[in-house]
Ligand binder design. Structure first.
Ligand code: FAD
Length: 487
């Protein structure tokens, strides 16, 4: 089948208004695809602390014209310091010339403000709040979702952007089981649990904390002696984001914590605060000073786990996320595949989902492996993890690090149907696949323009032939850059 000028317009349901869901909505809007986001909370939750984005996603923000907005809420990062519990620096990680290499800054910000940037791009009536999705069922035209308020909706496509403990994933697995399919690989628990508490302070006095005056961020991570590690970082408007991670080595306790803290909830845990409040920080004072400067309702606590699931889609249901960078890159690649959808038949939808997974899987796998290693290096407390930290921080040759960095920085997916951003740094981007539909539409435009010129031309040419570069009108070669009258 080939493209026609009549495009399918699937009704897309997005579950979850976190970073993945908001990004997905924004992109679907750009693609002209009808969508509705369903979020279980009464609003987009303004919780969370430190997040960062870099060249792996910033070209997309440039395409969307949102660079300035993101820069306004961010500080640029050049280096992060790793310290031991005596506040002695044990490593400095980063790259002075990140921008020269990639064309972009490495930006850090507070999660709620980033969510706001995305939210502002989405028309208010495209998000339905207080809609917790409980179950899903296949129906003739796609999938039906059932919400906790007894409302039911139907979509040609359902996108699960509902976080690490996705109800959509759970329901998708059930649908597969009902159809006699087994999904063994995805049934295991997520390993490597850390209990994490985060917050963002109120504005503090820059005379007391002079690092707040610096336009570059100060990101300091401390590895404690037994269970804990903690990070404090400057963000715009004289504030700090902080986080404290406790490694849970006992699997029984991990399961119990997972049961109680699988969601990012507003929960300033007094017992945990008591344990960590006297930890020193490199900015002077203690972690307790940061916690005291944070309104209780803006402290949240969660179990941090990471796992790459093998089943990404079934029928008309597809998953994106979790992890901010992965969620946003997933959204970009998925919208590219949906933009190129030939029609709304189950075959075409499955083909689009397979295409999405084939483009994303290996990158997501690398990202998850990197995150796991990063967690071991920055927060692992077992003997083996301490050994890995020592090895990674002290013995990996600069040339190996540079090679790894170049590989990671080269992956910069873009929105295929918007004008592409050219490479600006010394590290070339991996090629981005152009949109078939956008190319088809461009060729139609070219033909129209050429016919328009032919119609108004004195040249008595009998043929017009087309190529990528332009067209030939009789003997005359023309480029498509010329302005023509509209047909
Ligand atoms: C409140 C909150 C605070 C966070 N704070 C941090 C942080 O400080 N640092 C950090 O690195 N990461 C944080 N994260 C995680 C981070 O935002 C995500 O891992 C990452 O952005 C990927 O986003 P996501 O959209 O896939 O998932 P999430 O950001 O987890 O969003 C999932 C959304 O789906 C909604 N949802 C879940 N189940 C249902 C359902 N059944 N029906 C309808 N809606 C549902 C949730 O309410 C949520 O809004 C936080 C996430 C949340 C939700």
């Amino acid at each position: 089948m080939s493209y026609s000028q009549k495009h399918p317009n699937p009704r897309v349901i997005v579950i979850g208004a976190g970073i993945g869901g908001l990004m997905m909505g924004l992109l679907l809007g750009k693609a002209g695809i009808t969508y509705q986001i369903f979020e279980r909370s009464s609003h987009v939750r303004t919780l969370g602390a430190l997040m960062s984005i870099n060249a792996n996603i910033l070209p997309v923000f440039e395409q969307l014209g949102l660079m300035e907005e993101v820069e306004n809420i961010s500080l640029r990062n050049r280096w992060s310091g790793i310290y031991n519990s005596k506040m002695k620096q044990i490593a400095k990680i980063g790259m002075e010339d990140y921008k020269g290499c990639t064309g972009y800054d490495f930006l850090v910000f507070s999660r709620p403000e980033f969510c706001d940037v995305l939210l502002r791009q989405i028309p208010k009536d495209r998000i339905s709040f207080n809609k917790r999705i409980l179950k899903m069922r296949k129906c003739i035209d796609g999938t039906r979702i059932y919400c906790s308020d007894n409302s039911i909706y139907e979509g040609d496509i359902v996108i699960g952007a509902d976080g690490a403990y996705s109800s959509v994933r759970h329901n998708m697995h059930k649908m597969m089981e009902n159809d006699g399919l087994r999904i063994l690989k995805d049934n295991s628990d997520m390993p490597m649990p850390y209990l994490c508490m985060v917050g963002t302070t109120n504005p503090l006095n820059p005379e007391k904390y002079p690092q707040l005056k610096d336009p570059l961020t100060h990101l300091h991570h401390v590895v404690g002696d037994a269970v804990f590690s903690w990070t404090v970082i400057t963000i715009p408007r004289n504030r700090f984001c902080w986080s404290v991670m406790a490694q849970i080595k006992n699997q029984g306790e991990a399961k119990e914590q997972r049961f109680r803290n699988s969601e990012w909830g507003p929960e300033a845990n007094n017992a945990l605060i008591e344990q960590v409040k006297d930890f020193p920080i490199t900015f002077g004072g203690t972690l307790g000073d940061m916690i005291s400067a944070t309104p209780k309702e803006r402290v949240s606590k969660v179990m941090l786990e990471e796992k790459l699931f093998d089943t990404w889609h079934y029928g008309s249901v597809v998953l994106i996320g979790d992890g901010a960078m992965n969620a946003m890159q997933d959204a970009v690649v998925l919208v590219n595949c949906l933009y190129d959808l030939l029609d709304c038949s189950p075959e075409s939808i499955t083909a689009a989902f397979e295409d999405y997974k084939s483009q994303r899987y290996s990158h997501a796998k690398k990202q998850v492996a990197y995150s796991k290693l990063n967690a071991k290096v920055s927060s692992g407390q077992t003997f083996a993890e301490r050994a890995i930290r020592h090895l990674v921080l002290n013995y990996i040759p600069a040339s190996v690090k540079a090679k790894q960095f170049s590989k990671a920085a080269a992956y910069r997916p873009q929105i295929a149907f918007l004008p592409q951003i050219r490479d600006k740094g010394s590290i070339k981007s991996l090629p981005n696949r152009p949109s078939k539909r956008a190319m088809y539409e461009e060729s139609i435009q070219r033909k129209r323009r050429a016919v328009a010129v032919y119609d108004s031309s004195e040249v008595s040419a009998s043929t017009i032939s087309f190529s990528e570069a332009g067209y030939t009108l009789g003997e005359k070669k023309c480029s498509t850059e010329i302005q023509y009258r509209p047909v």
